[in-house]
Design a protein around this ligand. Sequence first.
Ligand SMILES: [Mn+2]
Length: 667
Amino acid sequence: MAFKKWQLMNENKVLAEKISKTAGISMFLAEILVARDYDDEGVSGLFAADERFEDPFLLPDMGKAVERLRSAIEKKERIIIFGDYDVDGITSVVILFSYLEKHVANVSYYIPDRENEGYGLNLLAIEKLKQEGADLIVTVDNGIVATDEVNRANALGLDVIITDHHTVRGDLPAAVAVVDPMREDYPGFKRLAGVAVAFKLIVAMENGKWEDVFEDYGAFVCIGTVADVMPIVDENRFLVKRGLKLLESTQIPGLRALKSIAGLDGKTLEASDISFLFAPRINATARLNFTQLAVDLLLCKDETRCNELALEIEKKNIKRKKLEKQVLNEAYGYLERHPDELNRRTLVISNEGWHHGVIGIVAAKICDHFSKPCLIIGIDGETAKGSGRSVEGFPLIDAMNSLGDLFIKHGGHKVAVGVTLLTEKIAELRERLEAYAKENFEIMPIAPLIIDKVAEIDKLSIPNVKSIDILAPFGEGNRLPVFLLKNLMIGMIIPLCGGKYVKLRIDKPSNINLLCFKMTIDECIYSVGDVIDAVVSCSLDRYGVWEQLTVKVIDLRFSNFDQERYLMSRKEYENFKRNEGCEKVDLKPSRDEIATIYRCIRREKKPGDVDATFLKAFRLGVDYGKFRVILDILLELEIISLEEHIKINEMDGKRDLETSRVLALLN
Ligand SMILES: [Mn+2]
């Protein structure tokens, strides 16, 4: 498992008791809310949000947008919805197109080509649409920065209505209407998805009556909102909570086909089902440049055709997974061959031919695994495209902006960026990004695992876990409650599904079963009798009237693991490897310590990776930095080899520690 910094939120029993009484909720839930900085007012606001849908006419320019659109319908003008190829963009197109088509408007849609056109309104498309006889363009999920494009459209006598949810930069485009909750003059909830803004336009067309149109389009609004990682708070809570219910019982053929292919038939849906099962399938089409498939499916009214389209999409998704795995394996392979890379503050990995559609997912996985900002770059001859992901606390877009001269194009936000550059600039990007990180972050931030509270085993009861249901849907901005269980003694270790997963039976302080879905039996370094701490989440599985509590492990550690000490020691080692100066006495191992680690590795029946082996070394009293230095020495003297796992080499003759250069560096 990748190392995450456990971060326990503050507790305040007095406030929790007060909230529990005034809001009439369990103490268990009240403590979680306190950990999330809610006070009693915040709590009543939280639950009131379930009923809150703001009047769409509060959005600036909404009146103008409605007026223009109505006159276009009346005059049978040709309306083009200009969308985007991600899930938010696609769902936006689908709802607005369906609505206008139903109202017999002369309407069609345009989604730019991901590979050739990229995101947002562009001049060529505007010329083309004009030539094809367009009278009015309505953007969804884009357009707020398209000043030049709107000017061009105006010059051609083509009207534009902008609906978007992205940040306003500079002047607003000179469009007929610019509807965007991020406008400074909008006082309401800002973090709506593009599809929610498009939905508000529909509601405004209905004079503010949202109920019926929500029945028709709510499921799409929910999908786009969750897929675009909007926080599930405030108005989004309303949209997602109700939208999920609609999606559960939807009669829309395209959604039914997609649900069925994702294995979600008849299931109670959670926001995570959209993030992990719906969105990747819709996105797979755009990643491989088959966006049309997804739009066709979502608009299709014929069940048989829907099932065919869903199957096609599934094929694309399988292809996407294959490409992703291939790039991921090649990136890991590179890191294995260049282990010193992992001592850098930032990772930049590039290769010829890596598919641009999957580099973002791969960057996210590597960033998550090593807790370091990561750019994955696919080279395509003379130019290259990169996608970056970052850990909280290292705003990657700031770094990219400071290196702006290297790029042909770049954009993004704090945790995710995209860049296009000349292939010959990649080496410079690598070095300058690392230098930027060094200059601005002496100590790099590490991804935190945020824990709501320490829980006693007996508090993880069915009524308590049920009481937190009211907080759902969980997702961005409203994370699944997570608990820390301390000092658990393992009574039994049980392989599940042939060892793919592990069940830990805890005997002390009381009985509980922990399910580890992120660990195979081979990766389990714990033994019966070990005392561990576990970070867990809980869920209730319902089988008719029968309810069962499931406790899922998110992370595990030996109880006496000292996180601060580990982080200090790790920093010391990385500094040493980067030649940034270190406390040599902390890193220099004694002969005995080297022998101890050697024996520890040799004793192992199944070879482990560096992290797993370290946890054993740590129990023998060897700090992380020193442990890594010992591995370096053993590797240098060819006593061990390290690929994915650490193995003892067959040796002829003795090795002399005095010949180690690593050791000499620490004298
Ligand atoms: Mn969007």
